[in-house]
Design a protein around this ligand. Structure first.
Ligand SMILES: O=C(O)c1cccc(C(=O)CC[C@H]2O[C@@H](n3cnc4c(=O)[nH]cnc43)[C@H](O)[C@@H]2O)c1
Length: 210
């Protein structure tokens, strides 16, 4: 089997690349796994996956950092995002929001395959994927009312969607770098999150078997 590891930025998995003596590049091939650095956001992610994702992979592993709406999740903690929603896709209706399904244009929520998510020992959460990182009290309140999300990233649902389209098993493992709150960049713990993510990822790539 072969894994495609998908990350938005090289920085998020730099420690794993160094651990395996891999020279950073946007696409790295090894015997057991390949690595795709997509760039930040859904558009860059969809384009990169459109070029590189194929049925030669048995598992797509989306990794990165993420924001948390859930104060019971600690900074640096790993989460397994098994349900992820394209939160902004839809239409404004004056003060209200009409989601894509309500408009009649199909699904906005995608899942990872439950069969392999149960035994990882990582908290299972539901997330949203956004173009614009939340940093305003009113918009955080609005999106919380709409979806009750626990996490937020800028790529997750795009990866789950691409994997579903090709019927490839997918996992999304992220480490929490910040709480979703009125913007205060000084509270972010990006180093802590990257360190916990890369500890898990190197171990997983050494020991995975399915
Ligand atoms: O400086 C900023 O405002 C900023 C906002 C989001 C991410 C970054 C990064 O440096 C990392 C890029 C990566 O991080 C994911 N991420 C992390 N926290 C959040 C969040 O609260 N909301 C959405 N995305 C988040 C995201 O997937 C990016 O790819 C800097």
């Amino acid at each position: 089997m072969k894994i495609l590891v998908v990350a938005a930025t090289e920085a998020e998995i730099a420690a794993t690349l160094a651990h395996f003596n891999l020279t950073p590049n946007n696409f790295i091939e090894t015997e057991k796994f390949d690595v795709l650095i997509t760039g930040v956001g859904m558009v860059a992610t969809a384009f990169a996956l459109g070029q590189k994702l194929s049925s030669k992979y048995n598992l797509v592993l989306n990794v990165g950092i993420a924001g948390s709406f859930d104060s019971t999740i600690e900074l640096g903690e790993l989460v397994n995002i098994t349900q992820d929603t394209l939160a902004e896709l839809g239409a404004e209706d004056h003060e209200n929001f009409i989601s894509l399904p309500k408009m009649g244009f199909g699904e906005n929520t995608f899942s990872s395959f439950a069969g392999i998510t149960d035994n990882l020992g990582i908290k299972i959460v539901k997330g949203i994927t956004v173009n614009k990182v939340h940093g305003n009290a009113q918009s955080i309140e609005n999106v919380t009312q709409l979806y009750q999300p626990q996490t937020e990233s800028m790529e997750g649902a795009a990866v789950l969607y691409a994997a579903k389209e090709l019927n490839i098993t997918v996992l999304q493992i992220r480490a929490i770098s910040n709480y979703v709150e009125p913007r205060n960049r000084e509270n972010w713990q990006i180093g802590l999150a990257m360190s916990s993510l890369n500890d898990w990822l190197t171990n997983f790539l050494h020991n995975h078997r399915f």
